[in-house]
Design a protein around this ligand. Structure first.
Ligand SMILES: Cc1ncc(COP(=O)(O)O)c(C=O)c1O
Length: 440
């Protein structure tokens, strides 16, 4: 237990959770329980002044001139089409209201299975990494059990394991024959935590494999989680939708699992981590979102979670890039937004099709198995008879081709960064590297 006294606003948020969704209070980490949004301090006085200070407003920690944020011409020349207020002013810790509303609308449109299920408003994060960090801060204490697939983005370990001391458990992502998602292994792994608290991380399209479950598999995942929650496991299920929309095969489930999970059980808090980074091709703008959903969730319970989240944002970084949010919002409002985005996805789809042909050429059958892929930015090879890192190095040194070695035997290829013309040489070079390392 913490020695720090519980702030009355944290107490109030915890009471709201205890009253409406008691499992959520139980799921919070000690830090999560302590957090609140400091709505009554400088921010509240500033907000009050914004409404009423008609003569002069001496509350805000920015500098103004001619009724707008002060700024330098040598900075401003790099921006077109944004007002100084859309660039230089601080954004609220929760994110700019308009982009929160626009993103919530987008989520609803793309997730029909949410139906009329109430969810929180998305809170803006410094892209998805920060969203994942917030999930950790809110729900992970040292020793909290986390269940993940073995194929995963390695930064989760840095974020939740190294930083927050979560205890990681893994299940094999694919079935043994590499035909699809390992539902049996996932279900069995889940059952080991019956009656406990568990954080489950899901990421589809998956980094590094580029796999999205089929509709039947997605249904199976949602059922397994719902059944386990109903059997008494208290769960936070983090749905990382970083690569949402990059679907290249009709068999993919094109809806986020958040939709089904948000209404699955009162013992299951679904947290959607998504954002513009990969979906809208704006990696460096750093605009993401965290959204909560739970069966029978109430406005008061969601408000408590949003306040705790915004409080953490206020504490660490105060608020998220205003120009990033302004640009993403304007793009979403642009009549050409959907068409332009679809064009880029089509480019990736064509590359994925070339990769699918090249990597499975019969002459490479002795060099690797191909993990199933149907979406996202990546695909992965499971190498035969050669370790991944020496193969990566040989491929780099002999052919000048960069890939990522993961663990002992997996090689990740980001086809999102390859032209179609470059793809054949990547796999030819990889086969040459495998044979060199293997000695035959
Ligand atoms: C699965 C997954 N989640 C989250 C992220 C982080 O994305 P962002 O750049 O928005 O922080 C990545 C980035 O590679 C990723 O692959």
């Amino acid at each position: 237990m913490s020695a720090a006294p519980l702030h009355p606003l944290a107490q109030a948020a915890n009471e709201a959770l205890a009253k409406d969704c008691p499992v959520l209070l139980d799921l919070l980490s000690e830090r999560g329980k302590r957090f609140f949004f400091p709505a009554k301090g400088i921010l509240a006085q500033g907000a009050e002044a914004k409404q009423k200070a008609k003569t002069a407003n001496a509350t805000v920690g920015i500098a103004t001139e001619n009724g707008a944020p002060m700024h330098l011409a040598c900075v401003h020349k790099y921006y077109q089409g944004l007002t100084p207020a859309e660039i230089y002013d601080y954004a609220p810790s929760y994110g700019k209201p308009d982009i929160r509303t626009a993103w919530a609308k987008k989520q609803r449109e793309e997730t029909p299975s949410l139906g009329d299920q109430l969810t929180s408003n998305p809170v803006v994060t410094n892209a998805l990494t920060h969203g994942l960090g917030l999930v950790g801060d809110l729900f992970i204490d040292p020793g909290t059990d986390v269940l993940s697939s073995d194929l995963m983005w390695e930064n989760y370990n840095l974020n939740w394991e190294t930083r927050l001391e979560a205890r990681y458990h893994y299940y094999p992502f694919f079935d043994e024959k590499l035909t699809g998602f390992n539902l049996a292994g996932f279900t069995q792994a889940l059952s080991k935590f019956r009656g406990k608290k568990l954080v489950v991380s899901l990421n589809f399209p998956n980094n590094p494999s580029g796999y999205t479950p089929t509709k039947a598999e997605a249904e199976g995942i949602a059922r397994a989680l719902g059944a386990e929650a109903e059997a008494g496991t208290r769960m936070v299920v983090c749905v990382d939708d970083a690569y949402y929309g990059m679907f290249f095969d009709e068999s993919c489930e094109k809806e986020s699992l958040f939709g089904r999970l948000a209404r699955a059980s009162q013992n299951l808090l679904a947290v959607k981590i998504d954002g513009a980074t990969k979906e809208e091709f704006v990696w460096g703008l750093r605009v993401g979102f965290i959204t909560f959903g739970v069966k029978n969730g109430t406005a008061a319970a969601y408000k408590a979670l949003e306040d705790k989240t915004a409080g953490l944002i206020r504490a660490y970084v105060s608020n998220i890039s205003n120009p990033g949010q302004s640009i993403v919002l304007k793009a979403m409002q642009d009549p050409d937004f959907r068409r332009q985005q679809a064009e880029k996805v089509a480019t990736l789809r064509s590359r994925a099709a070339v990769v699918a042909q090249e990597c499975r050429k019969p002459e490479y059958a002795d060099c690797w198995d191909v993990y199933p892929f149907n979406s996202g930015y990546f695909m992965c090879l499971r190498l035969k008879g050669a370790e991944a890192d020496p193969v990566r190095l040989a491929l780099l040194d002999d052919s000048g081709i960069g890939t990522i070695a993961l663990g002992k035997r997996d090689l990740r290829v980001a086809f999102s960064c390859l032209t179609e013309a470059q793809i054949p040489a990547v796999f030819a070079g990889a086969a040459q590297a495998v044979r060199k390392v293997r000695g035959k």
